[in-house]
Design a protein around this ligand. Structure first.
Ligand code: G4P
Length: 525
């Protein structure tokens, strides 16, 4: 086993999109190319139907599916590709943010008709915070949509990405002819629901050649003009610029028709980064280091309530991970070993003896882990980049059965460890506020507290706009602020101080009143 070779052949990435843009379809087509699945429809959508806001049974069902689809690995052209799944539903955006800390690059899927949507904007923002290299795939070219140039402008404007098309569409909708692949200098002709076999790809170095008319008829001149324009207007594609997140290549295609997907995959495996270094509070961890390090980015509770164990998903950052070897659990300061670490190959789970940087292993856990935990061979490291964001919805949570207060506390704690929501304890009356990104989580918590822990809870409205983590270089000023605003202060589950702002107006006023205090909308600052 050649460690460096194994490391070099890993590509770990995530696909992100606004719901319905085609993420599941694209994932499935990539898995088909990788031979990881044999039939279409094998990847269950982890989508929660829009109408299901109050149907938490649906969520339970989805939890089962999303364990299976958390990591989908496959081999392609000698490389090991790990796709990390991200929940489509925006109420679970926090889960997606955390998963993004474990990838080395992303593919953003955009629906040609809808353009850049809200969720795409949010997710790309998170990727940009961490300089994650981004490839854009514009999907559903078989449908009429926005003009390609306008769409690129929209992407630049709304997502703040510098784009560089590597393929260019020839018309769209009913008259969609295919794409010209500028990277490979090939013409790929579209046939609906085609398998896109070799014959439909024609090497075409020189677009001025009259044969172009033979293939795409009246669209030939338009293509010539547009490609010339693109070569003139957009910067040349440079892999290093992409790796440095300075430029995002763009592809066009139709996932459901399996069109443009192979070009995307071929280019992806060529240009996407191998496992990248990871920052810790102490130092940069480089994947080639001999010693193993890794962090937990996701925890999944068992869907069977009789078995309380959970799966912690570990991203390996450096060194070789070995089964049954003792590792150091940094937060708990204790040794821990794993007798059945699990890897995921599309639908199949199997126990692994070794795993390499870039790989994700599932660790069976009976409550040892919280999100962000680090494992090492002894070094005390704390990985950066797994912040919590200020929630958007808040409610007081009450224990409805005083006989079950232990279960209530334990259940809440464990659900928070899993990252289902955030918990804030008000300092002056000890009341507990739960903050979430979406309304669905309140029902998830209520349901799971009852079914997994036997505890009953109810909620009371609380009018809050944001929870801001506060800091100051001036300790006295911070103490003074906390004392004066005692009624609005709380601590999060890690003991960090938080200011609860009831409105944007109040927040602005307080910021002016206390210039020495810094207000953060994420827990890492
Ligand atoms: P998501 O994971 O991003 O939420 O999207 P998903 O892949 O589930 O796709 C959403 C819908 O868009 C699906 O249709 C899917 O078939 C369709 N779709 C995906 N790619 C293309 C494409 O290239 N062209 C066209 N025209 N449609 C595409 P649905 O009706 O919601 O579901 P289904 O019944 O087809 O599964």
């Amino acid at each position: 086993m050649d460690f460096n070779k194994e490391l070099g052949r890993r590509k770990t990435f995530g696909i992100i999109s606004h719901p319905d843009a085609g993420k599941t379809t694209l994932t499935e087509k990539l898995l088909l190319f990788g031979g990881a699945i044999q039939t279409a429809g094998a990847v269950k959508s982890n989508k929660i139907k829009k109408s299901a806001t109050s149907d938490f049974m649906e969520i339970e069902k989805q939890r089962g599916i999303s364990v299976a689809t958390s990591v989908m690995a496959f081999e392609y052209r000698g490389l090991k590709v790990n796709i990390l799944d991200t929940p489509g539903h925006e109420d679970f955006a926090e889960d997606t943010y955390r998963t993004l800390t474990a990838v080395d690059s992303v593919i953003v899927v955009i629906d040609v008709a809808k353009g850049v949507e809200r969720q795409t904007e949010k997710l790309v923002k998170v990727c940009k915070m961490r300089d994650t290299p981004i490839i854009v795939f514009i999907n559903k070219m078989d449908r009429s949509g926005k003009d390609a140039i306008d769409l690129l402008d929209e992407i630049e404007e709304k997502l703040g990405l510098n784009v560089r098309p590597l393929s260019w569409p020839i018309s769209m909708g009913p008259s969609f002819k295919g794409v010209y692949n500028m990277y490979e200098k090939e013409l790929n002709l579209f046939s609906p629901h085609g398998k896109q076999s070799e014959d439909e790809t024609i090497v075409f170095e020189d677009l001025s050649h009259p044969d172009l008319e033979k293939y795409i008829g009246e669209f030939a001149d338009e293509l010539r003009e547009e490609v010339e324009m693109i070569e003139g207007v957009y910067p040349k594609f440079d892999r290093q610029d992409y790796l440095d997140s300075k430029i995002s290549p763009v592809f066009f295609g139709s996932a459901v028709n399996n069109f443009g997907v192979k070009e995307l995959l071929d280019c992806f495996v060529e240009i996407a980064p191998s496992p990248l270094p990871r920052e810790t509070d102490e130092r940069m961890i480089v994947p080639t280091e001999n010693k193993f390090t890794g962090f937990v980015f996701k925890i999944h509770a068992n869907i069977d309530p009789r078995h309380r164990d959970r799966i912690a998903f570990l991203r390996i950052c450096s060194g070789l991970f070995e089964r049954n070897k003792n590792y150091h659990h940094v937060r708990q300061g204790k040794k821990i070993k794993f007798s059945n670490p699990t890897s995921f190959m599309a639908e199949k789970k199997s126990i692994v003896d070794y795993a390499f940087p870039g790989d994700i292993v599932g660790l069976y856990d009976s409550g040892n882990f919280v999100i962000g935990d680090a494992l090492s061979e002894g070094e005390k490291i704390h990985f950066k980049g797994i912040p919590s964001f200020s929630p958007e919805q808040f409610r007081y949570v009450n224990n409805k059965n005083p006989m079950k207060s232990k279960q209530f506390k334990k259940g809440l704690q464990q659900l928070m460890d899993e990252g289902v929501a955030q918990l804030f304890t008000k300092q002056f009356n000890n009341r507990i506020i739960i903050g979430t990104v979406g309304a669905l989580q309140f029902e998830v918590i209520q349901y799971r507290l009852e079914h997994e822990y036997g505890a009953l809870c109810d909620y009371e409205p609380v009018s809050l706009y944001k929870a801001c983590w506060v800091s100051s270089e001036d300790d006295v000023a911070l103490r003074d602020f906390c004392r004066k605003r005692q009624q609005d202060m709380a601590v999060d589950s890690k003991g960090k101080i938080v200011f609860l702002a009831s409105s944007q107006y109040i927040l602005n006023m307080i910021k002016e009143q206390y210039p020495k205090i810094v207000f953060h909308t994420k827990s890492e600052y």
